[in-house]
Design a binder for this molecule. Structure first.
Ligand SMILES: [Zn+2]
Length: 216
């Protein structure tokens, strides 16, 4: 074997050795549970419609295969959004301009039925539009306040358990989810979550019907 060939083989062995070492180090670090920091996720829309029954009927005895014609078992930005919302165990504060999507409405009702305290602030002008889920939520006992300010309440954000912020351009409508280019940011970063908690509370307090009723 020539010296050049020997040198080449030696260099290759060394590279492979380094690669193995790097892999081993990554494995050890993962095993030790290296701190991953607060959750950060970006979701883009539109998405293709897929079945979400497994999320909305979690805990129910479901048939082995769902009979609906939609694709199953796919993770999309919409299933991620639902998963984040359904992770609520104590509270959901929702500030949303337009809310007509039935799956999101079912998710909110599911949380309400589980004992999660749900509060919704929405815009007065959108509430009466056909397909709006706001009256459905109200009938189910969800606390809803409508913004009575002179300008649109155009926010689209949710705070889950005072811990997780979901915010972006997406209205909670089927058109936005399936047809529009939209973005959502999901974060547990306290410096970003806290101002949204304060903004929600400010809107909640300033739209208290008791404050606006002339008879007290
Ligand atoms: Zn299905």
């Amino acid at each position: 074997m020539s010296a050049v060939r020997l040198f080449g083989l030696g260099a290759l062995a060394m590279l492979l050795g380094l690669d193995c070492l790097a892999r081993l180090l990554r494995l050890v670090r993962a095993r030790r549970g290296a701190p991953r920091g607060p959750l950060k996720e970006v979701l883009f829309f539109p998405v293709d419609i897929t079945c979400v029954e497994h999320l909305l009927r979690a805990g129910e005895a479901l048939p082995n295969s769902c009979p609906c014609p939609l694709p199953h078992g796919q993770e999309t930005s919409f299933t991620r959004l639902l998963r984040h919302l359904l992770s609520a165990s104590t509270s959901l504060d929702l500030c949303i301009f337009a809310f007509s999507n039935q799956s999101l409405s079912r998710a909110v009702l599911l949380l309400q039925a589980r004992g999660v305290v749900v509060r919704v602030v929405t815009d007065t002008s959108y509430m009466a539009i056909s397909g709006s889920q706001i009256s459905t939520l109200r009938r189910a006992g969800v606390n809803v306040r409508h913004d009575m300010g002179a300008v649109y309440m155009h926010h689209k954000f949710a705070v889950v358990d005072g811990r997780l912020l979901i915010t972006g351009s997406l209205n909670w409508t089927t058109t936005a989810i399936q047809c529009n280019k939209e973005n959502m940011l999901v974060t547990e970063e306290p410096d970003l979550v806290q101002p949204f908690i304060r903004e929600f509370q400010r809107l909640w307090d300033s739209n208290d019907p008791a404050r606006h009723c002339p008879h007290g």
